[in-house]
Write a protein that binds this ligand. Structure first.
Ligand SMILES: C[S@@+](CC[C@H](N)C(=O)[O-])C[C@H]1O[C@@H](n2cnc3c(N)ncnc32)[C@H](O)[C@@H]1O
Length: 256
């Protein structure tokens, strides 16, 4: 993982993560994933990599056993408290770097990376190859990613957002820079936490997030003995990825 990305997902980001993404429709996204999971019979055990605060896995826990991995202790702490509060016992949390997993060799029915976790992987070839050890025949690998056609059609914009909680306001300004040579977006995020016009805390983060073209992705996936079942637009079930939406899903299976 890039040194820059190692520094993020620290406390400031984690502390406000669920507030910042309050409007993200985890429930609908999870229903979409449940639909993809029907492509394999008898799904019982799921591995979620880059689980963050477990907002997707909490939905999946109604039907499946989950091992959820993240490298950020702060994100995992929030996830742990959510699981305790909701009395969820079938999600087990593990702190690990998914690019260098020391994790036991369990086999899963599905491996999930959700909310562009794949964009933070520095060596995709190596990463997909390490996933083999967690896969059995027909294990599904499902992830969402940013795809090149849309990013080259409409590059990053400046985004300004404000969130209010407990008399505090969090202001978040982000600006992305397209780096076509490295196929990534360099995103600078400035965050200010205010209360009654007084600044309580400030932070600046830089995220380096990769995007992929479908041919490269398909080839890399095949090299690791997975097979692409389909690519779909993030918002519309059944539609192929299109120029208007950066986000797309990839659904694959392990062919052994
Ligand atoms: C955009 S967040 C997505 C979190 C969660 N999947 C969600 O949908 O809310 C990316 C997550 O990936 C984790 N992550 C990034 N690189 C990682 C790595 N190399 N190993 C483990 N976790 C990683 C971060 O800590 C963060 O929680």
């Amino acid at each position: 993982m890039d040194r820059q990305n190692k520094k993020i997902f620290k406390s400031f980001y984690s502390e406000f993560y669920d507030l910042i993404y309050k409007k993200k429709n985890y429930e609908n996204e999870s229903k979409r994933i449940l639909n993809f999971l029907k492509l394999k019979k008898n799904v019982k055990d799921i591995l979620e990599l880059g689980c963050g605060t477990c907002s997707h896995s909490i939905f999946f826990s109604k039907k499946f056993n989950i091992h959820a991995v993240d490298k950020s202790p702060e994100m995992l702490e929030i996830a742990k408290n959510k699981l305790l509060e909701k009395k969820i016992k079938n999600i087990k949390l593990f702190k690990d770097d998914i690019e260098n997993l020391k994790f036991r060799n369990n086999k899963y029915d599905a491996i999930l990376l959700l909310f562009n976790v794949i964009g933070y992987i520095s060596n995709l070839d190596k990463f997909f190859n390490t996933l083999k050890k967690f896969a059995k025949e027909n294990t599904l690998l499902i992830f969402d990613f940013w795809h090149q056609d849309a990013i080259h059609f409409e590059g990053p914009k400046k985004i300004k957002k404000s969130f209010v909680q407990n008399n505090q306001e969090l202001l978040r300004n982000s600006v992305g820079k397209l780096n076509k040579r490295e196929k990534r977006i360099e995103i600078l995020i400035d965050t200010v936490l205010k209360s009654e016009n007084k600044i309580l805390a400030e932070s600046s983060e830089k995220h380096l997030v990769r995007y992929y073209n479908l041919d490269f992705l398909t080839e890399t996936i095949q090299n690791a003995r997975f097979e692409v079942i389909k690519y779909e637009d993030f918002n519309k079930l059944g539609d192929p990825p299109n120029k208007k939406n950066w986000n797309a899903y990839c659904v694959c299976k392990f062919v052994g």
